[in-house]
Design a protein around this ligand. Structure first.
Ligand code: G3H
Ligand code: ZN
Length: 282
């Protein structure tokens, strides 16, 4: 199957009243697990590569992106490719040529006027270059340099501000701060479902939930029912990866062939992908 654009995958989720899951990948094994797990679930999926993941690969986005695109092309389900949490305009400007159909431009740490102005400029560039663009309003937090948590006063997305932000920037999707936080290793986040519903009513574009690894299954389903249309998941894969490797190495101190423990990591990640797709894709 050829690569499917994020625009089409999110559009399909909107018309079904469902959500598309988007998984952050760091290594080839992550990408293989996401595509394999989606095939087992029989559901489409988005593979995301973040600016931080690109930095990990010596600031070279092409090798992992091409590998993910090749996996998508031989997949039995629709797979999209999204560049996530971009703050560096030079990287954003590489996105289309690198093979991404969409990006998330992240200026959420800036003041409202600066976020709006910088996002509007990024949207103009993205649309001129055929890219679907997501941006964040409010502050999800939890990233290594976060100045605030999900519960700091004033970080939640305000529906009136969201209406204004979407109209002024022309953004294609809005990432919202509704109680989740990045990089949680326990599924204990409490979402504000009334706020999600108010935001869905306020803006004409799909809503995106970030930091979804920390959200329990039931809350993920309720978030979709309230209007979330794209669900971003990263840490859950890293927990599964590390658990698989650690358990293997703890049981066998003599192993030196990485295929043995990476195969375990990949199987565990694919299981997480299968489970979460069943939870959110409906
Ligand atoms: O953009 C990526 C996500 O928000 C992932 O967050 O690692 O907490 O699941 P997470
Ligand atoms: Zn995120």
């Amino acid at each position: 199957m050829p690569l499917i654009s994020t625009s089409e995958l999110v559009g399909d989720a909107c018309s079904r009243g469902s959500a598309i899951a988007a998984f952050n990948v760091i290594t080839l094994e992550h990408a293989e697990a996401v595509v394999h797990g989606a095939e087992e679930a029989g559901a489409p999926v988005i593979v995301q590569i973040s600016e931080n993941a690109v930095k990990f690969h010596a600031a070279r986005p092409i090798p992992l992106t091409r590998a993910a695109a090749a996996l998508a092309e031989s997949s039995t389900v629709g797979v999209g490719l999204h560049l996530d949490h971009v703050t560096d305009l030079a990287l954003l400007h590489l996105a289309a040529d690198a093979g991404f159909s969409s990006a998330m431009f992240d200026a959420a740490h800036e003041s409202y006027p600066d976020n709006l102005a910088h996002t509007a400029a990024a949207v103009r560039w993205a649309h001129d270059n055929g890219l679907w663009l997501e941006a964040e309003l409010g502050y999800v937090g939890g990233k290594p340099d976060s100045p605030a948590s999900a519960h700091t006063a004033g970080v939640r997305t305000d529906p009136d501000e969201a209406r204004h932000f979407v109209a002024e920037t022309g953004v294609d999707a809005l990432a919202v701060a509704v109680g989740s936080s990045h990089a949680m290793t326990t599924r204990t986040a409490t979402l504000d479902h009334d706020l999600i519903a108010a935001l869905a009513a306020a803006v004409p574009v799909p809503l995106v939930l970030h930091g979804s690894s920390g959200v329990p299954d039931e809350d993920l389903s309720r978030a979709v029912a309230a209007g979330i249309r794209k669900i971003n998941i990263g840490t859950a894969l890293n927990i599964a990866y590390t658990h698989g490797v650690r358990e293997f190495l703890d049981r066998d101190a003599t192993v030196v062939d990485p295929r043995k423990y990476l195969a375990r990591a990949r199987t565990e990640m694919a299981g997480v992908v299968r489970h979460l797709l069943a939870t959110v894709s409906g």
